[in-house]
Design a protein around this ligand. Structure first.
Ligand code: HEM
Length: 402
C-alpha cells in the first residue's frame, strides 16, 4: 500500500455512498496503485488511518455482522490482546494477505475485494472490563420505541464486527479468521449477513435499491458537506474522538403485503418516485437529486409529500436537525414461520451522537411513518465505533491500555 490511504485521501469524496463512486473504485482520489487495479478483487481499502473503514465507503456487495460476548473471566488484558490480533489480521486481509489461521483457504484465489473490517464496543463491555467510568454518555441504552419487538438473542453484544467486501467468499473468510482468533476470549452472540448492489453492475454508479424496490440512500449526509464530520463523527471522550456511534436494526419487510400495493400508493408512502427516486414535490422533470420540498402542494392544495410519507417524517427538518449516515444492507434469509420471506433491511446508521441522530427520528417514524405498517423491527444494537488505528496500533488501544 502506498503511504496515502484511500480513506486518508477520501476527504471530500466518497459521495453519498454509491452515488458518487467513479472510475469503478470509490469516488475519492485513488492512489496510482488502486487506479491500476481494474479487477474488483484487487481493490483495497487501507485498514490503518484516522477513521475505521466501513463507514464512509460505499456499501460493498456483501456484509457480515457479528456480535461477540467476552467469555467469563476474560479481563482487559485478554480483550486488548483480541483487539490487537483482530486489527493485525484485518490489516493483512485488507491487502489481500492471509489473515492467519482459520478461514479454510476459501479466499485464496481472491484479492482483498475492497474488504473493510469495522470494530465496535457495546455498553456491556465497559462493565465487564471495569471501565464503566469511561463509558461515553452517548452509549446510554436507547429508549424503547413503539412497535419494537426486539429479540434479545439477536440484539446487543460486548463487541461488534462489521465485515464488508465485494466478494462473499472474502467476507466469510474474514469472519472465520476473526472467529478463530476470538477463541477463549469472546464467543459469537449473533451473526447476520447482508448484501447490496455489486459495484460495476450498472453502466455508471447509482444509488442502490432496497428490497422494497426504492432508491435508498439519496439524502444521506455527504462527505463534501461542511457539516458532515459534525453529524457523523464524535469529538470525545478522548479515546472516541474521530469515532462514531453505530445504531443497528434488523428490520423485516412485509414484502408480500408491500408488493400487493399499486406503485403510486408505494410512492406516496415514501414521498419519492420508485423509478428514479425523484421527490414527489418536484414535478415530472424532477430527478433523484432534486431537493425535497416539504411545503410543496399540488393544484388541489394537497401536500405533494404526504404527512405520513417516510421522507417527511424522517427529514432533519422534521426532527430538529437530527441527522445520520445510513449504510444499510438487504437480507433475505429464507422463510419466516408464516411462509413469508424473512427479508428486509439490515439498517445501520452512523452518527456523532444517537441522541441527535437515530433516537429522535425513530421516535417519530415509529408513530407517524406510513411505511412502518410494512416493517417489523426485530433486533437492534448500539455500538461505539472507535477511531481508526495508526500503523502498529490497534482499534481501541487508547481505551484498553489507557
Ligand atoms: C426498512 C426500513 C426503511 C426503509 C425501506 C427506508 C427507505 C428509505 C427511502 C427509500 C428513503 C428515500 C431515499 C433517501 O433519501 O435515502 C429514505 C430516507 C430516509 N430514511 Fe429511511 N428507510 C427505512 C428505515 C429508516 C430508519 C429506521 C430511519 C431512522 C430512524 C430512517 C431514516 C431515514 C432518513 C433520515 C432519510 C432521509 C430523509 C430526508 O432527509 O430526505 N429510515 N428511507
Amino acid at each position: 500500500m502506498t503511504a496515502v490511504s484511500r480513506r486518508a485521501v477520501l476527504g471530500g469524496a466518497g459521495a453519498g455512498l454509491a452515488v458518487g463512486a467513479v472510475g469503478g473504485v470509490w469516488g475519492g482520489r485513488a492512489t496510482a496503485r488502486e487506479e491500476a487495479a481494474a479487477l474488483p478483487g484487487q481493490r483495497r481499502v487501507a485498514f490503518h488511518g484516522p477513521r475505521q473503514g466501513g463507514i464512509v465507503e460505499p456499501a460493498q456487495a456483501r456484509v457480515e455482522w457479528a456480535a461477540f460476548d467476552l467469555v467469563a473471566g476474560a479481563g482487559r488484558d485478554r480483550a486488548a490482546g483480541l483487539l490487537r490480533d483482530w486489527s493485525a489480521a484485518a490489516a493483512r486481509m485488507a491487502v489481500g494477505e492471509p489473515g492467519g489461521d482459520g478461514g479454510g483457504g476459501i479466499a485464496l484465489d481472491a484479492g482483498p475485494s475492497s474488504l473493510t473490517v469495522t470494530f465496535g464496543f457495546g455498553a456491556s463491555l465497559f462493565d465487564k472490563l471495569g471501565l464503566a467510568d469511561r463509558r461515553p454518555p452517548a452509549l446510554a441504552a436507547l429508549p424503547a420505541f413503539p412497535g419494537d419487538a426486539l429479540d434479545p438473542a439477536r440484539s446487543d453484544g460486548d463487541l461488534w464486527v462489521q465485515i464488508g467486501a465485494d466478494d462473499a467468499l472474502v467476507a466469510v473468510h474474514a469472519l472465520r479468521v476473526l472467529r478463530r482468533l476470538s477463541a477463549g476470549v469472546a464467543a459469537p452472540r449473533w451473526l447476520m449477513s447482508g448484501f447490496a448492489r455489486t459495484p460495476g453492475t450498472t453502466p455508471t454508479p447509482m444509488t442502490g435499491r432496497n428490497l422494497m424496490g426504492q432508491v435508498d440512500g439519496t439524502n444521506n449526509p455527504r462527505p463534501q458537506d461542511g457539516d458532515f464530520a459534525a453529524k457523523v463523527f464524535a469529538t470525545g471522550p478522548d479515546w472516541m474522538a474521530g469515532g462514531s456511534y453505530a445504531v443497528l436494526r434488523r428490520i423485516r419487510m412485509l414484502l408480500d403485503d408491500w408488493e400487493s400495493l399499486p406503485a403510486d400508493r408505494q410512492e406516496r408512502l415514501v414521498g419519492r418516485r420508485k423509478s428514479d427516486g425523484a421527490p414527489l414535490s418536484g414535478g415530472p422533470d424532477a430527478g433523484e437529486r432534486t431537493p425535497v420540498d416539504l411545503a410543496a402542494t399540488g393544484p388541489d392544495g394537497v401536500l405533494a409529500i404526504a404527512p405520513d410519507a417516510h421522507v417527511r417524517v424522517a427529514a432533519p427538518a422534521s426532527n430538529g436537525g437530527a441527522a445520520m449516515l445510513r449504510r444499510g444492507f438487504s437480507f433475505h434469509d429464507g422463510l419466516s414461520a408464516d411462509g413469508s420471506p424473512d427479508a428486509g433491511l439490515l439498517f445501520a446508521a452512523f452518527q456523532a451522537d444517537p441522541a441527535r441522530g437515530f433516537v429522535p427520528v425513530q421516535q417519530r417514524l415509529a408513530r407517524g411513518d406510513g411505511l412502518s405498517r410494512f416493517l417489523r423491527h426485530e433486533a437492534g444494537a448500539l455500538f461505539a465505533v472507535p477511531p481508526g488505528a495508526p500503523e502498529g496500533g490497534y482499534v481501541g488501544q487508547p481505551l484498553l491500555e489507557g
